[in-house]
Design a protein around this ligand. Structure first.
Ligand SMILES: *Cc1c(COP(=O)(O)O)cnc(C)c1O
Length: 394
């Protein structure tokens, strides 16, 4: 590496460090669960996307092992060469049934699904209209297409309408939104979005990564929660959060669109098939979701319980109805210091600062899971209270 590049990179890292923004990866010495070991120390985990607690579910693990025994470790191929097993078709069918869509196409991740979604469908003369707080993978997916870009203020329906009016000249228009926004834990206004889409003859895509499996009356996500089933053209989601937490994702929706993606989606055509173990594990997750899904209600009960205890203790929370509970600290350094102090007390949470959230809006994001016990939640709240008092924040 030449000296100039070396110095530039060192300067970047030093600056991040100095601003307290250098991301540290804490090494777990256990599997993912309600209680985990961080560098040998047992702590309660309140920062995983393990909403249903399925990451270490015995049945899911067994199903993944069985799939590996039956279907092998890997395919050494993309889907259209020799990478499509009956197992993959079965999983696609099951997801379509669960999400009540025509068809589904698998990807290695939801990041890839979003990377695949825009470019085949939208080109010059088309428009994509995106919520300003959409996930990075939607933003990157949009960058890969040549459509005109419109960005509306977060969940601002007047601004969305304005964008739809401004894009009247375009051939195809697609509104893109997260179902649940990861930093505030709020739900997209899908009923209003779908009504506007209908009025303006636009398509709608919803990324339900933070919702599939636990939100909505039967866990089918925000599309079900908001009562807009059949009105959303494309749903993307991940198997890496509530649905087992390993990896993998999909686009599910209208038949013609999924057919298009099988022909044209680049991460599908040029990246390896989803591993059999993940397909097998995800099929078991779908069994659980489609039977009585006992976990979903526990997730929501735990989230409500944590919210009400924290509010009673005087904390400032972002209001919401999901298992993401942001505890506002505002000051960046204090948010990081508070999360560190909580970890010291055996509560694993993360402080989020700019640029992940707006400047001056630093927070600790707490994520609840079906596997937390009532005692876990009380322990966490007590730790928050004593740390906040120490820091003179309460
Ligand atoms: C987590 C997340 C993704 C990425 O999912 P992976 O399967 O981990 O790539 C995409 N979109 C949203 C909204 C997410 O929250």
């Amino acid at each position: 590496m030449n000296e100039t590049v070396r110095q530039q990179l060192q300067a970047f890292l030093a600056e991040q460090e100095q601003r307290g923004l250098l991301k540290k990866e804490r090494v777990l010495t256990s599997s993912q669960s309600r209680s985990i070991e961080v560098a040998g120390k047992k702590v309660l985990n309140f920062c995983a996307n393990n909403y249903l607690g399925l990451s270490d579910n015995k049945e899911v693990i067994q199903a993944a092992k069985d799939a590996m025994d039956r279907w092998g470790y890997g395919l050494s191929s993309v889907r259209f060469i020799c990478g499509t097993q009956a197992l993959h078709k079965q999983l696609e069918k099951r997801i379509s049934t669960f999400l009540r869509t025509d068809d589904t196409i698998l990807f290695s991740s939801c990041f890839d699904a979003n990377g695949a979604l825009f470019e085949p469908l939208l080109g010059e003369g088309d428009a994509v209209i995106s919520d300003e707080l959409n996930h990075a993978s939607i933003i990157d997916g949009i960058r890969l297409c040549k459509a005109e870009r419109f960005r509306y203020k977060h969940s601002d329906m007047n601004d969305l309408k304005e964008c739809l009016q401004q894009s009247r000249h375009c051939r195809r228009r697609l509104i893109a939104t997260d179902g649940v926004f990861s930093m505030d834990g709020d739900v997209a206004k899908l009923a209003e979005i779908c009504a506007l889409a209908k009025d303006f003859d636009a398509l709608v895509m919803v990324d339900d990564s933070h919702a599939t499996g636990y939100l909505g009356p039967t866990g089918r996500g925000t599309v079900e929660l908001c009562g807009v089933e059949g009105q959303v053209d494309l749903i993307t989601t991940t198997f890496g959060k509530a649905c087992g937490g390993a990896s993998g994702g999909c686009i599910s929706g209208n038949q013609l669109l999924i057919d298009l993606y099988r022909q044209r989606a680049r991460p599908y055509l040029f990246s390896n098939t989803l591993a059999p173990a993940i397909c097998g594990g995800t099929l078991k997750v779908l069994d659980i979701l489609e039977q009585d899904n006992p976990y979903k209600d526990l997730t929501m009960r735990n989230a409500k319980r944590f919210r009400s205890l924290m509010e009673a203790a005087g904390f400032d929370l972002v209001k919401g109805e999901t298992a993401i509970v942001p505890v506002m600290v505002y000051d960046e350094n204090k948010a990081v210091a508070m999360a560190d102090a909580l970890l010291e007390r055996g509560i694993y949470v993360i402080g989020f600062c700019y640029p992940v959230v707006p400047q001056g809006r630093a927070r600790i994001r707490v994520q609840l899971s079906a596997v937390h016990t009532q005692q876990d939640i009380e322990t966490a709240v007590d730790a928050f209270v004593s740390v906040a008092k120490e820091m003179k924040l309460l």
